[in-house]
Design a protein around this ligand. Structure first.
Ligand SMILES: Nc1ncnc2c1ncn2[C@@H]1O[C@H](COP(=O)(O)OP(=O)(O)OP(=O)(O)O)[C@@H](O)[C@H]1O
Length: 236
């Protein structure tokens, strides 16, 4: 389980962005963080992955205080993170990237299986270099695939996996999240605005203005959010 315990994150200039957030991402469950633009969702994902450090509060992994650990240390201990804006891994092919993530060599069948989950069904991708010859949507999907490939990961964090992804690939991705929940005991944290991702959540946390506005089971929170949306009101 990943826990944020009264976490605050303040910019060096003194502006508070995350204003005392506590949340739990239990193993074997899918927790979706949603809320209005600029509310602090990506900042929470970055705090979880160790890209930024809290100004106050603690971050715990299975009860161990990992607040001071950087991203590399957290990755080594099983926290995998797919960025909202994907990064390029210069000089690596798709195969090398996925094998590095999986920490084993993967045959074509396994590689295609992982790529198929993000809608990249053809074998031609396997030996392509991960560089600017790939489209933004392809890079994004390959990055998500590297997180899916990390079988040993305890915590998987996806920041807006829907961004820049076509409808067909998105459908595969929603199925991949369903499968992840069913097949693994990892804690899943997804930042998303998408109703179809909210529909597969176990828990939903609504973040606005750097605070948790409401949190609870999907059965309780989703109908409220959809009702607010119909009335074009902010979910707070
Ligand atoms: N490094 C930074 N410097 C200055 N402002 C920042 C920084 N990081 C985040 N912010 C600000 O903090 C607020 C929260 O940003 P964040 O990216 O966490 O929001 P979000 O909920 O993920 O938004 P979106 O839904 O648009 O992706 C925004 O107003 C953003 O401009």
């Amino acid at each position: 389980m990943l826990e944020l315990d009264h976490v605050r994150w303040t910019l060096p200039e003194g502006e508070p962005i995350i204003k005392g957030v506590s949340l739990r991402v239990p193993a074997g469950k899918l927790t979706v963080v949603t809320g209005p633009n600029g509310g602090g969702k990506t900042s929470i994902a970055k705090l979880a992955a160790g890209l930024i450090q809290p100004t106050e509060g603690r971050i715990l992994l299975d009860g161990t205080d990992i607040t001071g650990w950087d991203m590399t240390e957290r990755a080594r201990h099983g926290i995998a993170y797919a960025f909202q804006q994907p990064v390029h891994f210069k000089g690596l092919t798709v195969r090398e990237l996925l094998e590095t993530a999986a920490e084993e060599s993967l045959d074509e069948g396994k590689l295609c299986g992982i790529l198929g989950k993000v809608g990249l069904c053809t074998r031609e991708y396997i030996d392509r270099p991960v560089d600017s010859s790939l489209s933004g949507g392809e890079i994004k999907r390959i990055e998500i695939a590297t997180v899916l490939a990390r079988k040993q990961a305890k915590v998987l964090v996806f920041d807006e996996p829907e961004a820049g992804i076509d409808l067909w690939s998105f459908s595969s991705l929603v199925e991949a999240f369903r499968d992840l929940k069913a097949e693994r005991d990892s804690a899943l944290l997804i930042i998303s605005h998408q109703e179809r991702i909210l529909e597969v959540a176990d828990e939903i946390v609504v973040i606005a203005d750097g605070k948790v506005r409401v949190a609870g089971s999907r059965e309780i929170i989703l109908p409220r959010l959809l009702d607010e949306e119909k009335q074009s009101r902010c979910p707070i």
